[in-house]
Design a protein around this ligand. Structure first.
Ligand code: HEC
Length: 407
């Protein structure tokens, strides 16, 4: 291991202290000498940063400034910030979201929702992030980054959508026989069940592998990356119901990726098979310097004026708190929307839920009631931001960044 010497350098301190008990001066001197020798090897020629290429020196200064508090000056994960979920040691390798230059750039730009790893896209220019990505590779275990397999579908500068047969989700037994996966250039992907259009899983990292995983029929697709959120609410068969009546049954009409936005279009039918509304749904990643997450936008067009109940992902729970800011009720006071949050922190992060307020909208258990009418489509967005560190101020700042980004 490259950093082994530095760790031994730390042990050396104990040796010197221990030698105080030893009465033999010769012994003392030899211990001291060997300690000095080890210190010499640790901090001069063997200093891993001594090998740092000239063109990465500036990046390392940025690294010390922005990253070292969590990742350590050497990227060994020994930062000074106490984290519930420790930052990784780059030297250990095993990057969950890939260690090609492109994958690292994406991780730095967008952050890792649900972990303390913030998004740097808003505060560090792209060229600097590219340098930082190269520095992370340098601090890594070495060797070539893993090249993607020939069967891997890679999302580049526009979203991709695949439909087909997926393996069972973690903790589930049944395969997702009819599934839909949207891959976003941010590195985030959204997996839906095609028959009821529930969002099943939000992932980060690679997109999808088309390798055959057992010949169980359909087109076999294995989602890559790591699941960062599983917004499953098994009590709800679908996200929509008629207020005081049954759930609406969605039927997928089409998927599209135009102007960089992936969309799912579906119709909602009542129990009698009558078309109640059409919906266009589009998920996206949210990144702020205080934490990242995701949001889904909805555009609803109704055939008649009706009261609908909508259950967002993740649904607000009975433990949802309303954010108070400066003593005043915060709900709805920013145009970003209705805000509620869960405190205290629940692993993996502080969840700040966001919902665009609509005229006449009211909160009901785990959802929102709204009026839809044929005159005008209803547009709103619902999402969650996982704040790196909870405070009311951070919540407000993150929302302001989002508002800014939306313009
Ligand atoms: C507030 C603490 C914090 C700061 C600041 C921070 N990170 Fe991280 N970072 C983390 C944590 C925690 C993880 C591990 C997340 C997880 O559980 O996968 C991580 C993960 C990563 C990963 C790993 C991705 C993978 O594929 O597994 C990279 C690369 C990374 N950070 C680079 C950086 C760089 C470069 C900076 C500075 C520009 C930085 N981080 C700043 C906390 C931090």
């Amino acid at each position: 291991m490259r950093w082994g010497r530095l760790r031994r350098g730390k042990d050396r301190g104990d040796d010197v202290r221990g030698s105080g008990i030893d009465s033999s001066p010769a012994m003392k001197i030899s211990t001291l000498l060997s300690a000095l020798l080890m210190a010499g090897t640790a901090f001069s020629s063997q200093d891993p940063l001594a090998d740092l290429p000239e063109d990465l020196k500036a990046a390392h200064v940025t690294f010390v400034e922005l990253c070292a508090s969590c990742h350590g000056v050497l990227g060994d994960g020994k930062g000074t910030t106490e984290l519930d979920r420790p930052a990784r040691s780059f030297a250990d390798g095993g990057f969950s979201f890939g260690n090609t230059k492109e994958a690292l750039f994406r991780t730095l730009k967008s952050g890792i929702p649900g972990t303390p790893m913030p998004a740097f896209g808003g505060q560090v220019p792209d060229e600097r992030l590219e340098e930082l990505a190269r520095l992370v590779q340098f601090l890594g275990p070495g060797g070539e980054p893993e090249p993607p397999k020939g069967t891997e579908l890679i999302v580049k500068d526009r979203p991709l959508i695949v439909r087909g047969h997926f393996p069972a989700l973690d903790g589930e037994e049944d395969d997702v026989v009819r599934g839909l996966l949207i891959g976003d250039p941010s590195g985030m992907s959204f997996q839906y069940a095609s028959d009821n259009l529930r969002l099943l899983s939000v992932r980060l990292g690679g997109f999808v592998d088309r390798a055959d995983w057992g010949g169980r029929g359909g087109s076999p697709l294995r989602p890559l990356g790591r699941s960062i959120y599983t917004p499953r609410d098994l009590l709800r068969p679908t996200a929509w119901r008629l207020a005081n009546e049954g759930y609406l049954r969605p039927r997928l009409r089409a998927t599209s990726t135009t102007r960089g936005v992936a969309k799912i279009e579906y119709e909602l039918f009542d129990a009698a098979g009558v078309l109640v509304a059409r919906c266009v749904e589009a998920p996206r990643m949210l990144s702020t310097s205080l934490g990242s997450g995701y949001a889904v936008s909805y555009q609803l067009t109704a055939g008649a004026t009706r009261a609908l109940t909508f259950y967002p992902y993740p649904s607000p729970t009975s433990q949802s708190w309303t954010l108070n800011h400066g003593g005043a009720e915060f709900t709805g006071s920013l145009t970003t929307g209705h805000v509620s949050c869960k405190r205290p922190m629940e692993s993996p992060g502080n969840e700040l839920r966001i919902m665009t307020p609509l005229p006449g909208m009211s909160a009901v258990e785990r959802g929102f009631e709204m009026i839809v009418s044929p005159e005008e489509p209803v547009l709103f967005e619902a999402g969650v931001l996982f704040l790196t560190e909870w405070s009311d101020e951070n919540a407000v700042r993150a929302l302001k960044e989002l508002q800014h980004g939306n313009k």
